[in-house]
Design a protein around this ligand. Structure first.
Ligand code: B1M
Length: 215
């Protein structure tokens, strides 16, 4: 198989042996971010389709996720660092009940490499923990990630909780994750939330939104 296909296959098959050598070879002709976006994430997309259609079982999805994470960790030092912090601080978390963190961690990497300080709380974070961290770290914004349909409901509840606590004006909120749609965030959630809430389709939109809310 050509190198690109082989790397994509590694994600789909959850095959780690020889991963680093293939990544090194790929780095010779394209930047780390392009390897992630154009090759590895294509593999994850296939995993999602196979899992969704019942052709792949959960333990294998987990293996694929682990290879994906290992690849991202290996590539991270090769990524261009545009800025050294100081542009602002964001508290980032996967919402309550949701363990998916590959996308959130990509957002962390992209923001960190572009001048933001990221306080990454990890997965399954209740709104109380998110707000406490935002307070303690004097965050400029809050980012929530979630991939389950259930998580879109949790995000709504989180915003309602922020309204109730009277803290909606304090932090612009960025929301991302595969189950969300722009319309849900920009129509439904904006209608109920008294603060500022934005939808980010991917990590790069997350970055441009941060640049926007910080100006
Ligand atoms: Co799960 N899973 N999973 N899973 N999994 C999905 C999400 C699913 C769509 C698969 C499917 O059915 N086709 C489905 C959800 C269906 C639904 O809710 N209707 C699903 C399911 C059902 C489940 C379980 C319930 C399965 C089970 O137990 N029976 C279970 C959930 C457990 C839980 O959370 N309580 C489960 C578990 C797992 C694994 C642990 C095996 C593993 C996760 C490992 C990990 O993350 N550490 C896993 C995986 C890998 C997936 C798929 C295949 C891939 C997700 C991924 O990493 N994509 C996924 C299929 C899919 O998404 N279509 C699936 C790559 C990643 C880079 O994309 O996170 O979307 P994503 O991030 C993108 C953007 O969304 C955006 O930027 C990123 C790209 O730049 N973004 C943000 C994300 N967050 C952002 C935040 C921002 C800005 C942008 O600002 C704050």
């Amino acid at each position: 198989l050509p190198l690109d296909e082989r790397l994509k296959r590694r994600i789909i098959d959850g095959e780690r042996n020889g991963l680093e050598a293939d990544l090194d070879a790929a780095l010779e002709d394209r930047p780390a971010l392009s390897i992630i976006n154009d090759i590895l994430l294509e593999g994850m997309k296939v995993v999602g389709e196979l899992f969704g259609s019942g052709q792949m079982q959960l333990p294998f999805v987990l293996q694929s996720a682990e290879v994906m994470k290992a690849a991202v960790a290996y590539l991270e030092p090769h990524m261009e660092k545009a800025d050294d912090g100081g542009k602002g601080r964001i508290v980032l978390a996967t919402v309550k009940g949701d363990v998916h963190d590959i996308g959130k961690n990509l957002v962390d990497i992209i923001l960190s490499n572009n001048g933001y300080e990221v306080v990454n709380l990890g997965i399954k974070q209740p709104i109380s923990a998110i707000l406490e961290a935002a307070e303690t770290h004097r965050a400029d914004a809050i980012g929530m990630s979630g991939l389950l349909v259930k998580s879109t409901v949790i995000m709504k509840e989180n915003l309602e909780e922020m309204n109730t606590r009277g803290v909606a004006e304090r932090w612009p909120v960025l929301l991302g994750g595969a189950a969300l749609t722009r319309a849900y965030v920009e129509d439904d959630l904006r209608a109920l939330y008294t603060g500022d809430v934005h939808y980010a389709r991917d990590a790069f939109e997350g970055l441009s939104l941060m640049d926007r809310v910080m100006t």
